[in-house]
Design a protein. Structure first.
Length: 114
């Protein structure tokens, strides 16, 4: 059974930080590139950051220098450290394999507002 459980979202002021976590079942996580995606109402999910199985990373331009993706292969967990958050980062954040599977977790809401 596919399992992706995201956590760590919340309400934060502009300039603040949050750390998201995603626990994935082993058959999803192992040897796969993992990604964090986000979605706002009326828009498609977009890939925010990806981490390859050996740890190299990639980011969409809008978050470069502010977000850091990492993974703990022993815990089947992927993280997203988000610093200097902006209102336009407000979205529901999801993790999934890259490219993504059809099944998604419930996501975690991130709201950046003063």
């Amino acid at each position: 059974q596919v399992q992706l459980v995201e956590s760590g979202g919340g309400l934060v002021q502009p300039g603040g930080s949050l750390r998201l976590s995603c626990a994935a079942s082993g058959n999803i996580f192992r040897f796969n590139t993992m990604g964090w995606y986000r979605q706002t109402p009326g828009n498609q999910r977009e890939l925010v950051a990806g981490v390859f199985s050996r740890g190299s990373t990639t980011y969409t331009d809008s978050v470069k220098g502010r977000f850091t993706i990492s993974r703990d292969n022993a815990k089947n967990t992927v993280y997203l450290q988000m610093n200097r958050l902006k209102p336009e980062d407000t979205a529901v954040y999801y993790c999934n394999r890259y490219p993504p599977m059809d099944d998604w977790g419930q996501g975690t809401q991130v709201t950046v507002s003063s």
